[in-house]
Design a binder for this molecule. Structure first.
Ligand code: HEM
Length: 406
């Protein structure tokens, strides 16, 4: 069996295909399957086959998107889905029947979704919006460029050629998750998560045709878990490190909105952590081996930080400040992989000013004790959020039909 057919079979067969293919997989693959020790008993599903998520993708969406791409149906699908925005909005007429059936199922909340927790999460996202947007946007962004598989997937897919548009599109989902009406009928989280699931399935098909993509099928369940931990798990760890007061109900609610989002993105219930303890354990298992430097990641980081500097405060001070802030958020090891320059002045200023700003915002530090640099950071964070809120309103998530142009 050719490598391509084996991959196709894996995609179309999902978990079963992956297990079945083990007999012909390399011993290294077989060993790695045994290495997956995170117990499905710690998941929202409570049980599962325990299959290694590195060899599981999305068996419902992947064959569908491959077929839609091969049939040349995507441009019309994108046109029809352009104005499909609200959670409660019926699908437009004219969609291919197989896609309509898929979306009608995929847009449903999981049976375990808890409306009251989702409401509490929305309040939490509102009150901690500044930290969360910064952590998920700048922090998550800088972490993702230090994940070789993700950096290369982003670089060689269509969006890699226009990072401003790409970040604006990604932040559509980020802002949707963080908005007050995220999963209410008038919100847009269900729609944007399902659209993202379709985009990921298209990328799995397209990237394998890229001459630059030598690896396995991209965006496995494991890859998605890795990215997921760079979002809520990383943000929660950082907020705890900064001593942001968070109640038990708030932290459970925040986890819940991301559990639901994981499900909506196509992550299987048996891999979605049920508790923060389970999430921490899973993060420690999947994140460290998935991280490291790449040429593509370094280039993407430079583009992202250049854009951040331009948007926050044009002028000579802004890039060093952004470098320092990014390094502060992700730490020296990741910053070195991303080749984020060290900034002696701003580095020291951010290390003092940011915790003071957090304390001030939480009512734990009086105004006169807040160092001047804190206001530059506060302003930079606000400008950053405003820029992508505005940009995100000008664009929508749509399904790519090509990879990055040569
Ligand atoms: C597209 C979010 C995991 C690679 C997108 C989009 C969003 C998103 C919102 C649509 C925006 C766009 O089209 O540019 C997420 C979230 C993830 C996740 C929340 C996990 C929780 C991953 C992983 C990879 C990946 C693990 C790769 C290893 C991509 C690529 C695109 C994409 C290549 C398409 C870019 C293009 O248009 O060419 N993702 N993603 N994503 N994502 Fe993800």
């Amino acid at each position: 069996m050719s490598e391509l057919s084996r991959r196709r079979m894996l995609v179309s067969g999902g978990t079963l295909g992956a297990l079945g293919a083990l007999s012909m997989a390399s011993p290294a693959h077989a060993r790695s399957l045994m290495n997956w020790t995170w117990a499905p008993s710690g998941s929202v599903a409570g049980s599962g086959a325990g299959a290694d998520p590195r060899w599981v993708w999305d068996e419902e969406a992947d064959p569908l998107l491959a077929s839609l791409l091969d049939r040349g149906a995507i441009p019309e699908v994108n046109r029809l889905l352009w104005d499909w925005e609200r959670n409660d909005q019926p699908l437009p007429a004219g969609l291919p029947r197989d896609l309509r059936a898929f979306i009608e199922k995929a847009r449903q909340l999981p049976s375990w979704a808890d409306r009251s927790k989702l409401e509490a999460a929305a309040e939490f996202n509102k009150s901690r919006g500044l930290y969360l947007n910064l952590l998920n946007g700048v922090g998550g962004g800088m972490l993702s460029t230090a994940i070789p598989k993700e950096a290369r997937a982003v670089y060689y897919s269509k969006g890699g050629a226009d990072m401003e548009d790409r970040v604006a599109k990604t932040s559509i989902l980020g802002f949707a998750v963080g908005s007050l009406n995220a999963y209410r009928p008038d919100g847009s989280c269900m729609v944007n998560s399902v659209k993202t699931r379709l985009v990921h399935a298209a990328v799995r098909h397209l990237l394998q045709q890229s001459p630059h993509w030598g690896g396995d099928i991209p965006i496995s369940q494991n890859d998605m878990l890795v990215t997921w931990h760079t979002l809520p798990t990383f943000a929660m760890r950082k907020m705890r490190e900064w001593k942001v007061p968070i109640t038990q109900a708030e932290s459970e609610a925040y986890l819940h909105v991301w559990q639901v989002t994981a499900h909506m993105l196509g992550i299987k219930g048996e891999y979605i952590p049920a508790t923060w303890d389970a999430a921490e354990a899973q993060s420690d298992q999947v994140l460290p081996p998935a991280m490291g430097p790449t040429r593509e990641g370094v280039e993407l980081t430079d583009i992202l930080l250049g854009q951040l500097a331009e948007q926050t405060s044009p002028g000579s001070v802004s890039r060093p400040l952004c470098n320092a802030l990014a390094r502060y958020l992700v730490g020296d090891e990741v910053a070195d992989w991303d080749e984020i320059p060290r900034e002696p002045f701003w580095g020291a200023a951010v290390r003092t000013a940011w915790p003071a700003l957090v304390k001030f915002r939480e009512g734990l530090l009086p105004l006169p004790l807040v160092p001047e640099a804190a206001w530059a950071l506060d302003e930079a964070a606000r400008q950053y959020i405003l820029f992508y809120l505005t940009k995100g309103k000008e664009t929508k998530i749509d399904i790519p039909v090509v990879n990055r142009p040569e």
